[in-house]
Design a protein around this ligand. Structure first.
Ligand code: NAD
Length: 367
């Protein structure tokens, strides 16, 4: 039985991981620590907060006193560290919070884990969740990122994650802290905050709003269904070697424009198959006889936008026998179904601060 501290467990991947982990390991005790920033949604894990195995703590990973208390009070033996400022566009506008949370916050957790575990390191694990963006940009025909690829971050977000990865490695190398790191490609699925590409596009199509595509839309990303990411983290916690980094990806590269077109097709097909959708979402172009693709608008490219990311998954597949279960087309279908069935969740988030953010980004209201 483990006592696990999950940071950022009210965010997109963290929330999915909490559901996954409790389903697979119902005997474990989980402490979720989350500052509930704009992307932290307590509602996402509300049903689990009622359960005995899970304690929710509203707090900051930079608060050393709080972290020490949590380690002592709950005898934490495992940390799964998701908490971060995670949106590249926001990092370009306001990098300071990225440095504070992603670097200083990670350092606070590492330092506390070391102090708390120093006398009995057996069975302990600090797993740090990171991103493929630390590796920088790939040309169209370059080989995919392996774990040995040099770090070359190109946004404040990626730089802050790269710095936090380095601190995690140093705590292993210098102090012997039992750590592991995973660098994952783009995730998609339930509970993703609607500023990110897939939920943003799905919701805008349903609401009949423009679909802002950066530049010419030819940027390439590798996509992984979030539950597969959770399974990969589970495999690393179970059998991954300490001191190691594992790349996680979906072996699934697609251009942003193609992805948006695919989402448009998926929604048009859903409206075709289900008449009830037209009355729920009367502004969707399909209701008025237009293809959803008619909403696509090319907008000024993001500064320093990386062209391509791709992940070499050989290490995790050979060492830990991890392979994604959900292919891209099924994953997109599951994701669309989730957003259609959980309208209250995203409608609650689409007002206030998020609305102001869209206005600064795309010069449009997003009511
Ligand atoms: N989303 C992706 O595609 C992706 C891909 C690879 C890696 N990652 C990494 O996975 C992790 C989770 O990403 P996500 O997409 O779920 O992000 P998210 O923005 O949805 O969630 C981040 C969570 O961290 C919390 N948080 C932020 N600052 C905090 C602080 N100072 N103290 C405590 N909690 C704080 C937020 O409230 C939120 O709940 C991040 O470390 C990110 O770098 C994400």
């Amino acid at each position: 039985m483990r006592n696990i501290l999950i940071t950022g467990g009210a965010g997109f991947i963290g929330a999915n991981f909490v559901y996954y982990w409790l389903r697979e390991n119902p005997e474990d005790h989980i402490v979720v620590l989350d500052a509930l920033t704009y992307s932290g949604v307590k509602l996402s894990i509300e049903p689990l907060i009622q359960q005995e195995q899970l304690i929710f703590v509203h707090g900051d990973i930079c608060d050393k006193t709080l972290i020490i208390t949590l380690f002592e009070k709950h005898q934490i033996d495992t940390v799964v560290h998701f908490a971060a400022e995670s949106h590249v566009d926001r990092s370009i506008l306001t990098p300071d919070e990225f440095i504070r949370t992603n670097i200083q916050g990670t350092q606070t957790l590492l330092g506390t884990a070391l102090e708390s575990w120093r006398d009995n390191i057996e069975g302990k694990r600090f797993h740090h969740i990171s991103t493929d963006e630390v590796y920088g940009d790939l040309g169209l025909h370059d080989p995919a990122f392996t774990e040995q690829h040099p770090y070359a971050p190109r946004s404040p977000y990626a730089a802050s994650k790269a710095a936090s990865d380095m601190m995690v490695r140093v705590y292993n190398h210098t102090y012997g802290l039992p750590v592991s790191i995973s660098n994952c490609s783009n995730n998609y699925g339930p509970y993703q905050f609607p500023e990110k590409l897939i939920p943003l596009m799905l919701i805008n199509i349903l609401m009949g709003k423009p679909l802002p595509v950066y530049g010419d839309g030819s940027h390439i990303r590798d996509w992984l269904y979030v539950e597969d990411h959770c399974r990969a983290i589970g495999a690393i916690l179970e059998s991954g070697r300490t001191g190691e980094t594992y790349n996680i990806g979906g072996d699934n590269q697609i251009q942003n424009l193609e992805l948006v077109q695919e989402l448009c097709r998926l929604i048009d097909m859903s409206f075709d198959a289900d008449d009830a959708l037209a009355s729920r979402f009367p502004d969707c172009p399909y209701v008025h006889g237009n293809a959803s693709e008619s909403l696509i608008r090319f907008v000024k490219d993001r500064p320093g936008h990386d062209r391509r990311y791709a992940i070499n998954t050989k290490k995790i597949s050979t060492e830990l026998s991890f392979h994604p279960h959900v292919d891209f087309s099924s994953g997109l279908g599951l994701t669309l179904d989730w957003y259609l069935n959980n309208e209250t969740w995203w409608q609650t988030l689409m007002s206030g601060e998020l609305n102001d953010w869209f206005k600064t980004q795309y010069g449009q209201t997003n009511k």
